[in-house]
Design a protein around this ligand. Structure first.
Ligand code: DHB
Ligand code: FE
Length: 283
């Protein structure tokens, strides 16, 4: 059976793609952000996952407001990036892991998740940036199964439902008939709001409590409605639902819990509180 080694959470901000492209990692604005990543890169070099399951939210590149699945699972051999208009480079295609995609899809439907299955799927900055941040050198060494959770158009799935999805994804990974190693990534959050009267809103106290809860009390955030989460984290801070799905995936299968490998928090990057966490599954 496949091995689920652990989970990673990171914020995604398009400007990060520009900073990487221009080599600005050591500039005063960017250094405190990029300095968070080497310990996680080192951990990944030691653990060497073969496959990544990526919880992320599309921002209008693949799914627009006219058709918005609540949960969508990629089942493509290859995922193309495309220009979103942020002025950052379009990346070469990422390789899929079709066998795991279909195993996941079958398991999720059996568990009563009415997902959308995508045999073609453009991936935006939310899917591409974590791969660049975690594997900055050369070609991406992992294959990818993207799982998109709607956090852009209400109604959004409740945190409790997202947690259940993550758990089911973890069960599916643990029962995948493969000798490959899998890591789960969450892309999104933490607190930020890009529009309206509260544009620029950040909530450090809430973010740090949320990150801590992922280690010691993973269901903590499921007590909140989405309106409460938006009030606490901002209208885009609701992207933290991805982190919840990632954490829930680590509950499933063999193993007793998680060990925090590393975490980092820096505000702001653009309008966003940039969080990072790496959790290793303990067997
Ligand atoms: C920003 C943050 C996001 O999560 C996003 O998807 C786009 C932009 C920002 O802070 O600029
Ligand atoms: Fe976003």
């Amino acid at each position: 059976m496949a091995t689920l080694i652990g989970g990673l959470g990171t914020s995604h901000v398009p400007a990060i793609g520009g900073a990487i492209h221009k080599g600005l990692q050591q500039e005063p604005y960017w250094k405190p952000f990029f300095d968070g990543y080497p310990p996680v890169q080192t951990w990944l070099q030691e653990k060497r996952p073969d496959v990544v399951v990526m919880f992320y939210n599309d921002h209008g590149l693949n799914f627009f407001l006219d058709k918005m699945p609540t949960f969508a699972v990629g089942a493509a051999a290859q995922y193309n990036n495309a220009d979103e208009g942020w002025g950052i480079p379009t990346l070469p295609p990422f390789q899929g892991e079709v066998d795991l995609s279909w195993h996941l899809i079958n398991h999720l439907v059996q568990q009563n998740f009415d997902i959308t299955t995508c045999q073609e799927m453009l991936v935006d900055h939310a899917c591409t940036l974590p791969l660049k941040l975690f594997w900055p050198q050369g070609d991406c060494p992992v294959t990818v199964v993207p799982i998109c959770i709607n956090t852009v158009q209400f109604p959004l799935p409740h945190a409790r439902r997202v947690y259940a999805l993550g758990r089911a994804v973890g069960e599916a990974i643990a029962s995948w008939g493969s000798n490959k190693k899998v890591a789960v990534i969450a892309s999104g959050g933490l607190s930020h709001q890009l529009e309206g009267e509260r544009a620029g809103f950040l909530n450090k106290a809430f973010d740090l409590q949320f990150m801590e809860s992922l280690v010691s009390n993973p269901e903590w955030a499921t007590q909140y409605t989405n309106h409460e989460l938006v009030a606490k984290a901002g209208s885009q801070g609701i992207e933290l639902l991805m982190w919840l799905a990632m954490r829930a995936s680590l509950v499933a299968g063999d193993g007793f819990g998680v060990r925090k490998v590393h975490s980092h928090y820096h505000i702001p990057i653009s309008n966003t509180a940039a969080g990072l966490i790496a959790l290793e599954k303990v067997f």
